[in-house]
Ligand binder design. Structure first.
Ligand SMILES: Nc1nc2c(ncn2[C@@H]2O[C@H](COP(=O)(O)OP(=O)(O)OP(=O)(O)O)[C@@H](O)[C@H]2O)c(=O)[nH]1
Ligand SMILES: [Mg+2]
Length: 446
């Protein structure tokens, strides 16, 4: 599978950060290489490589060659075997390739060795995603988070490459906020990392204060989450008229936006549009973006948007769940919503409805299903589970029995003043236990 892919149209060609605008902006020609372990792995490998092509395009390079290599285990020094490597090097020379992108993680040593073999830049999926994030981050906090992830990624890769990288600065893996400040000296990088970490901590503190204020105003908070390009921002705009950026591009949204949303029957909520997820989202990036992503874990209800027109919506679903659990949001109630039903085809929609009877089906583009979604949100908020810490006097045995019957008791201790119970309970049922809420209401969610 080394046929050239067509350059995609309609996408933004060049999105360069200020630091590199004075450099050559012609698009790089990229060769993409994926590895599959067995024949059964092939379909997954091809889908992943196709997605890598989209990512490459989004990063501003043209994926002109795609190669899927079958190999049980990667070679320690060069990832792919000698013969295959020679073959691919020859193709890369013939095709005038500027950058080789591996779908899998490369060790710093593999990256160096491959660079020598190909005589051009070699990057992996992580570097590519970091590069896109670097180009798309706009707020101060977003830029700091990306820079932090980039510095941590580059640190072990400094040897012999650092100087070259900081001078070139024209392609994938070389751009980023603060590029000019980026010194190759290890110690300076470490200093910079520490400085960013402390700045992010400050940003985090003010964010936490804001979110506490919101909490105390008693408003419910919704977060739209999902795979990149699922249509989160389109839905967000339809719900709130916010006018955030929508693009047929991966990771168009990096900074979360919060708006007020009017729900049926006079309910109100805050809703946030968030960064999209992707398979194998680099862990370092998730970590660097943790303070942004924490908003998701803090929400009362997640609107989990899935692109119904994707050839494999289930893989989107799974990848998103992996990241949700990484950020501690897997316990937040979730409303599954399939989007783009206008583009998905009737049969697909019917199949998905059968597989996911609890889900809502919408088209954020045409507005179909949106009323149903709003009603489902209200129902979801009502039915969500909240955590209550109660203290029930011993003479109220009936209340304790009621707690046991209504919720899932997580902890029960007997104190002098009464039984202390931690219980997960449906929001609608929580109200009647209010008189027994212990010292501090631990329920962030009611
Ligand atoms: N046909 C169709 N296209 C849609 C629909 N919703 C969104 N899109 C398109 O899908 C693409 C991605 O939409 P976005 O709203 O930017 O997606 P996103 O999930 O915010 O993407 P990121 O922020 O990049 O993760 C755009 O080209 C939208 O026009 C829909 O209901 N139907
Ligand atoms: Mg978006």
């Amino acid at each position: 599978m080394t046929e050239p892919t067509q350059a995609r149209t309609g996408r933004q060609r060049q999105r360069l950060t200020a630091s590199v605008t004075d450099l050559d902006v012609t698009r790089q020609r990229a060769m993409l290489i994926g590895l599959v372990r067995s024949r059964d792995d092939r379909a997954r490998g091809e889908a992943s490589l196709e997605e890598l092509a989209l990512l490459t395009d989004t990063a501003g390079s043209d994926p002109v060659e795609l190669a899927l290599v079958k190999r049980e285990r990667p070679v320690a020094a060069t990832y792919i075997g000698k013969g295959k490597l020679a073959e691919l090097v020859a193709i890369s020379h013939a095709e005038d390739i500027d950058v080789v992108v591996f779908d899998n993680d490369l060790t710093p040593a593999q990256q160096r060795n491959l660079q020598e073999a190909f005589q051009c830049d070699v990057v992996d999926r992580v570097a590519l995603i970091l590069d896109i994030f670097a180009q798309h981050a706009h707020t101060k906090e977003g830029m700091l988070q990306v820079e932090l992830a980039q510095l941590r990624y580059r640190l072990p890769r400094l040897r012999g490459r650092g100087i070259e990288l900081s001078r070139l600065g024209a392609g994938i893996g070389t751009r980023g906020p603060g590029e000019t400040k980026l010194e190759t000296d290890r110690r300076r990088i470490l200093d910079r990392i520490r400085k960013i970490e402390s700045e992010l901590k400050d940003a985090h503190r003010s964010r936490t204060t804001r979110s506490k204020q919101r909490r105390s105003s008693g408003e419910s908070v919704l977060a739209i989450v999902g795979y990149t390009n699922a249509g989160k921002s389109t839905l967000f705009n339809r719900l709130t008229d916010a006018g955030v950026l929508v693009e047929d591009q991966l990771f168009a949204t990096l900074d979360s936006t919060v708006r007020q949303l009017d729900l049926p029957h006079g309910h109100e909520a805050l809703v946030s549009d968030t960064v999209g997820f992707v398979r194998d989202l680099p862990h370092g990036l998730v970590e660097a973006f943790m303070s942004t992503l924490e908003e998701i874990a803090d929400a009362d209800l997640l609107i989990h948007l899935v692109d119904a027109s994707d050839p494999d919506p289930d893989h989107q679903l799974r990848s998103v769940r992996v990241v949700l659990s990484e950020i501690g949001a897997d316990t937040v109630d979730e409303l599954m919503v399939f989007n783009k039903i206008d583009a998905a085809g009737e049969l697909t929609v019917r199949r998905l409805r059968a597989l996911h009877p609890e889900a809502v089906f919408v088209s954020a583009a045409t507005g179909e299903g949106i009323d149903e979604l709003l009603n489902a949100v209200v129902a979801g908020l009502d039915a969500r589970t909240v955590e209550l810490a109660l203290e029930i006097p011993y003479n109220k045995g009936d209340v304790l029995a009621d707690v046991h019957a209504s919720g899932d008791v997580r902890n029960l201790e007997h104190h002098e003043t009464g039984s202390r119970v931690t219980v997960m309970i449906p929001h609608e049922e929580a109200a009647r236990f209010r008189p027994y809420v212990a010292e501090e209401d631990v329920s962030r969610k009611s």
